[in-house]
Design a protein around this ligand. Structure first.
Ligand SMILES: [Zn+2]
Length: 169
């Protein structure tokens, strides 16, 4: 599983999600979904339903229309390029799992929110946690310059989008 490859990471997505267990096949299922040409959107993650199994996934993030953001030149993000971006994103998506409808046993699709959940508020909570998570790893040993730059602009991007939704600070 993803986190087992990161002994330095103290945040285990499964461990921070009310006992939410992530299926060990999820990294493979997410990778297959991406390979099959999943929709790539700014935002970079989601919960996937695959034949009844729910998986938190990080998706490629493509910036077709805005190559620059603040101080940074945005680069497309491919999962696996920066382990802390993946880790903090996976915590975000894993925390959402309990608020999604159970996956149907057939098909591959994005999980849907349970009836009546306040998804705007849930998004606010998770985005703030994700920003904190990224900040906590900015100075982690072994983070490359490229990885750090991508973390910094992702933090800025998340803050901007949280402000637009009136949930930051
Ligand atoms: Zn979210």
């Amino acid at each position: 599983m993803y986190v087992k490859n990161n002994p330095a990471a103290k945040r285990d997505p499964a461990g921070e999600s009310d006992g939410q267990v992530v299926d060990p096949n999820c990294p493979d299922l997410c990778a297959r979904y991406i390979k099959d040409g999943c929709d790539t959107v700014e935002g970079g993650g989601g919960d996937l339903c695959w034949g009844g199994t729910m998986c938190p996934c990080i998706f490629p993030t493509i910036f077709p229309s805005r190559p620059y953001f603040g101080r940074f030149q945005l680069k497309d993000y491919i999962p696996g390029a920066c382990k802390y971006i993946d880790l903090c994103g996976l915590i975000h998506e894993t925390n959402h799992m309990k608020d999604q409808q159970p996956c149907q046993k057939i098909g591959v699709y994005r999980a849907r929110w349970k009836e009546g959940v306040n998804d705007v508020q849930l998004e606010c909570i998770e985005v703030r946690l994700q920003i904190e998570c990224l900040r906590s790893y900015i100075a982690a040993p072994g983070v490359s310059g490229d990885c750090r730059r991508q973390m910094l602009y992702l933090i800025d991007l998340e803050i901007e989008s949280a402000k637009l939704r009136h949930c930051y600070p």
